[in-house]
Design a binder for this molecule. Structure first.
Ligand code: ZN
Length: 121
């Protein structure tokens, strides 16, 4: 049975970015969780969690939501993928974990240059 208002599954195209055509990216969905819907769980590397938190900081993100969102699993905390990983043991797809681990570190000159490039559209 199809669910109404179904949230995107991991690694499916993310269509919520307002300026994706300007950015020239094809963003993928990761970490849209909600109660009563199964999701993968498991340990994640400590370095991944630390870097993920850094990526969630406003100064390191390309787009931020102006809306306050609650955890989709019902605990009322702000929704960020970091919360799902640390509070609900969510294990994102390995490709995402590797991208966080091997990509430019948030705040690094390479990461700041990448954000500037993308923000210029
Ligand atoms: Zn929660």
């Amino acid at each position: 049975m199809a669910q109404r208002n179904r949230l995107p599954e991991d690694l499916t195209p993310y269509t919520g970015a307002a300026d994706e055509s300007i950015l020239g990216l094809a963003p993928l969905s990761v970490g849209f969780l909600r109660r009563n819907a199964p999701f993968p769980t498991g340990q994640t590397p400590a370095l991944f969690r630390a870097r993920l938190l850094d990526h969630c900081l406003a100064e390191h993100t390309l787009q931020t939501s102006s809306m306050a969102e609650a955890c989709g699993l019902g605990c009322g905390a702000p929704t960020l993928i970091y919360h799902y990983v640390t509070a609900h043991n969510y294990r994102p797809p390995e490709a995402f974990i590797q991208a966080v681990l091997k990509g430019p570190a948030p705040g690094s000159p390479e990461h700041r240059a990448l954000l500037r490039t993308l923000q210029q559209g």
